[in-house]
Design a protein around this ligand. Sequence first.
Ligand code: ZN
Length: 262
Amino acid sequence: MSVRQPLQVTAIPAFADNYLWLIHNHQHAAVVDPGDAVPVEAALAQLDLTLDAILLTHHHRDHAGGVAALTAAREIPVYGPARESIAGVTIPLSEGDGVSLPSLAMTLSILDVPGHTAGHIAYVGHEQHWLFCGDTLFAGGCGRLFEGTPAQMTQSLAKLAALPDNTAVYCAHEYTLSNLRFALAAEPGNAELTARYAQAQQQRAEGKATVPSTIGLEKQTNPFLRYRQPALIAQLQSDNRLEGDDPVAAFAALREWKNGYR
Ligand SMILES: [Zn+2]
């Protein structure tokens, strides 16, 4: 009787700062947001894996650009957001749907998380405590609002923040250091944030990824989950970026500030 190998998630670095996520059990694999097929094929060959499914969070090319090449010689399902039209998607998904990956003996459930794009979805492995959130929540930050409103994004981020604290956040970019620099400007008195920044600097100096992070850590240190905190609101007000204390206005002011922050 063969021993079933545990599921794991392997990062495939791509482009300048993307992570494509490979979920596998040392035999079978599913890939999340394959923006480029070349490093995915290399990882599959190196780890001797059969690719059984593709999972897309949104339509941007650095997330979906590898689909055509990966499916050219494979008959595999391509899951993607129902509210976006992405070439190659065979199974459109929206909140409440589930994805069953029989060869990996796992299921993922879908959350609608519009904001970065209009139809962005996230995949949650409740049993594993895994979240694949594309460009919605980042380590220390959140995605730019290309197609959605601040109100939508706050609702989307609230769904992710409601997941258990030990949920691993597999976001799609290594933006952590610049995100945390901004976070410190927005909330300089946050001791957990100061400690996290020091740790992230160390990890990057050693050439390590700073992701996945966890929902618990994001709730403690990510200004885009902390825009209701009095200290953060006070900072926005004293910089003349916010009048009053409406949470969505505070979130919008924070996002606006980050857009121009260097
Ligand atoms: Zn994107």
